[in-house]
Ligand binder design. Structure first.
Ligand code: PEP
Ligand code: MG
Length: 593
């Protein structure tokens, strides 16, 4: 996907009403954009004419709805059809008609204005209704009113959306009749300003099984047609103008979602223990607190990687300590999650300061980012550390420092954390008494210096996404070299093995939180490497757990030993794939091979 770098990324939170993940181009759909004119009917004789105009528009609206209903009948389930019936009933509703005619006659206003007055009077009635569902039905009145207005204005119908390729429809709201105006099979997802679980958009999206998020409040103002957008209907998020890294991550999530749909969640809560009793802790990787319920449902035992970047970049000003705290407090101590590994932010300065004078780095992946940036911007770093320490009073917290390349960085990071912690204690603020500290092992120098680093920390977490990028010199978001991005490269396997062995010698656990941890095909290799924890996209958990439960540590070690003898990545891959396909034919059906 091409990207316009000048566009700002937004993450908007709403209500996920139809599950699934989709990445595509936005298309703004605005059928209700009709201006209501106002004029006085000066001549009493013209009142009858105005009433007639209104009645003609009612009739025309009904005809159109009947036509739409027959168009829609072969596209979707029954529910959208019922909603159109409700709209037809409203067009015939005596109270609606008489009230409008009364306004025309008594107030001497044009039909358009009278309809607007009727709608407003209905709004008052609906606002008093306690039942959420019934109150939400005011949108039906609005919808019908808009259709009549359009007919009064001489517009026969809203423009048919001629979608050439798949788009994500962005609208204030979407009614079943709107969907009849779209080439629905080309719509990839919906995102709307208003609505709840029972809104039209939700019903339609679920019936045609496409992801939808509603209640995003102002998405129609933030998005332009053709902007890149990701919709996560499972957790209720829309991400506008995502960066390439985000797109890549969501492509994986999209695939895992489709795989997870095939797999029962019945056993998701069972532990990942091999048949000969080797247990692997399973963590979930999250970026947003909205992902927590999904992580639990899919079998995460803890949060193995909370990427905190979006606490920063989704806002106009830098987050305060309380902004941070509110996020971390939502993860820590949640029932069903035994621990939360919070990674301090992994970004460069350009994400915080919109200063045109700030030189763009030639090579940001190797630039002033993550721990390097934090150690230069101590005030910013301390705000985050204070919030993490405060959250640790509520449950088990592990802090993870990204991009550590040598011993000085971790010592410095620890020193600052200790300073912040003592400061809080002096202030009388509660902090947890045992916060574990770990480094992300994702820079090759950290692997080489793992023995020294192990003496400084409580755990390691291997970030294969970056470790592979830096070890094999492959830009992880450059399509031209993705063919070289190979987690099964013998060099990568040796690096991982070294980290695990050194970690264990030093008596500390070793986790893996890069994408490799969630790839089912690598599960046995990772067991064979004796990783203590695998943390992954929550949607990938059920399948990885299932494979681990179906294996033994003994065979996994034998498999690893065998492939470590190979010197080419192709040999390793061929061997591992053939082995896995044979051992787990149900998990790797022929279509996936
Ligand atoms: C990694 O590098 O493997 C990792 C988990 O971190 P990120 O993908 O956020 O760089
Ligand atoms: Mg990384």
């Amino acid at each position: 996907m091409e990207r316009d770098d000048s566009k700002k990324t937004f993450v908007i939170k709403g209500i996920g009403v139809s599950p699934g993940i989709v990445i595509g181009k936005a298309y703004i759909y605005d059928p209700l954009d009709i201006q209501v004119s106002f004029y006085k009917i000066k001549n009493a004789r013209l009142v009858a004419k105005e009433t007639k105009r209104f009645r003609a528009a009612l009739k025309e609206s009904e005809q159109q709805l009947r036509e739409l209903k027959s168009n829609l009948s072969d596209l979707a389930g029954k529910e959208p059809l019922y909603i159109i019936d409700v709209h037809i009933m409203l067009l015939r509703d005596k109270m609606f008609i008489n009230r409008t005619i009364d306004y025309i006659r008594d107030k001497r206003v044009n039909a358009e204005w009278a309809i607007k007055m009727t709608i407003d009077s209905y709004r008052e009635i609906f606002e008093k209704v306690e039942d959420d569902y019934l109150r939400g039905r005011f949108s039906d009145v609005q919808y019908v009113g808009q259709r009549i207005l359009r007919n009064l204005a001489g517009e026969k119908r809203g423009a048919i959306i001629n979608i050439a390729e798949g788009v994500i429809i962005i609208a204030s709201d979407i009614s079943p009749a709107d969907t009849a105006q779209m080439k629905i099979d080309r719509v990839l997802g919906f995102a709307t300003d208003i609505g709840g679980r029972t809104s039209h958009t939700a019903i339609v999206a679920r019936s045609i099984e496409i992801p939808a998020v509603v209640g995003l409040e102002n998405i129609t103002r933030l998005v332009r047609t053709n902007d890149d957008i990701i919709i996560d209907g499972t957790v209720g998020l829309a991400i506008v103008n995502p960066d390439p890294e985000m797109i890549r991550r969501y492509e994986v999530k999209e695939r895992d979602y489709l795989d997870a749909k095939e797999i029962s969640l019945k056993d998701a809560g069972l532990p990942a223990v091999t048949k000969d009793g080797y247990k692997v802790e399973i963590g979930g990787n999250i970026e947003f607190i909205e992902e927590i319920p999904s992580a639990i449902v899919h079998g995460a035992e803890g949060i193995g990687l909370y990427r905190t970047e979006f606490v920063y970049i989704n806002r106009e000003r830098l987050p305060t300590e309380d902004d941070h705290f509110a996020n971390y407090r939502s993860v820590v101590g949640v029932a069903g999650l035994a621990w939360s590994t919070i990674r301090t932010f992994d970004l460069g300065g350009d994400k915080f300061f919109y200063d045109p004078k700030l030189a763009k780095e030639m090579n940001p992946q190797m630039g002033l980012r993550a721990i390097r940036f934090c150690l230069k911007e101590l005030d910013l770093f301390k705000v985050q550390l204070r919030a993490i320490a405060r959250a640790s009073a509520f449950g088990k917290v592990k802090i993870l420092f990204p991009m550590i390349s040598g011993i000085e960085e971790i010592r410095e990071a620890k020193r600052i954390f200790e300073e912040v912690r003592s400061e809080l204690i002096r202030e009388g603020v509660a902090v947890g008494d045992r916060i574990e500290i770990g480094v992300m092992v994702e820079v090759p120098s950290a692997v080489i210096m793992a023995d020294a680093l192990a003496r400084e920390v409580d755990f390691f977490s291997i970030g294969t996404n970056d470790l592979i990028q830096y070890a094999l010199a492959i830009d992880r978001v450059n399509d031209r070299v993705t063919y070289l991005y190979e987690p099964l490269h013998p060099a990568v396997l040796r690096l991982i093995k070294r980290v695990v062995d050194i970690g264990h010698e030093a008596g500390i656990p070793v986790a893996m939180c890069g994408e490799m941890a969630g790839e089912a095909i690598y599960a046995l290799i990772l067991v064979g490497l004796e990783l203590d924890e695998l943390s992954m996209n929550p949607l990938a958990i059920p399948r990885v757990k299932k494979i681990i439960r179906g294996s033994t540590l003994k065979e996994s070690k034998a498999l690893l030993e065998r492939v470590l003898k190979f010197s080419s990545a192709v040999e390793v891959r061929d061997y591992v794939e053939e082995y896995m396909y044979k051992q787990f034919p149900d998990e790797f059906p022929l279509t996936e091979q």
